[in-house]
Write a protein that binds this ligand. Structure first.
Ligand code: SF4
Length: 78
């Protein structure tokens, strides 16, 4: 089994400076960080194994740029 997956739509994401960094602020274990890319601060997950799977980042993003997918079986392609 792989870990849960954090999928970001980089086109939709407005960047942390524009939205106030909602996804990182809502995350209980504080595992969402930002990196500068395409002129925006885009979120990434630093320690996915600490994810509490509460989908807070996905549900709080004002533009629905985050999709959380359950762990996938090794070897399966999507
Ligand atoms: S994913 Fe959503 S909440 Fe997170 S920085 Fe981008 S726009 Fe903001």
């Amino acid at each position: 089994m792989t870990e849960i997956q954090f999928i970001l739509d980089k086109e939709k994401c407005r960047g942390a400076d524009a939205c106030g960094g909602v996804c990182a602020r809502i995350c209980p274990p504080s595992i969402i960080e930002y990196a500068e890319e395409c002129g925006k601060k885009l979120p990434f997950v630093s320690e996915i194994e600490l994810c509490m799977k509460d989908h807070g980042c996905q549900n709080s993003c004002p533009v629905r740029a985050i999709t959380i997918l359950p762990p996938q079986e090794a070897g399966r392609e999507f």
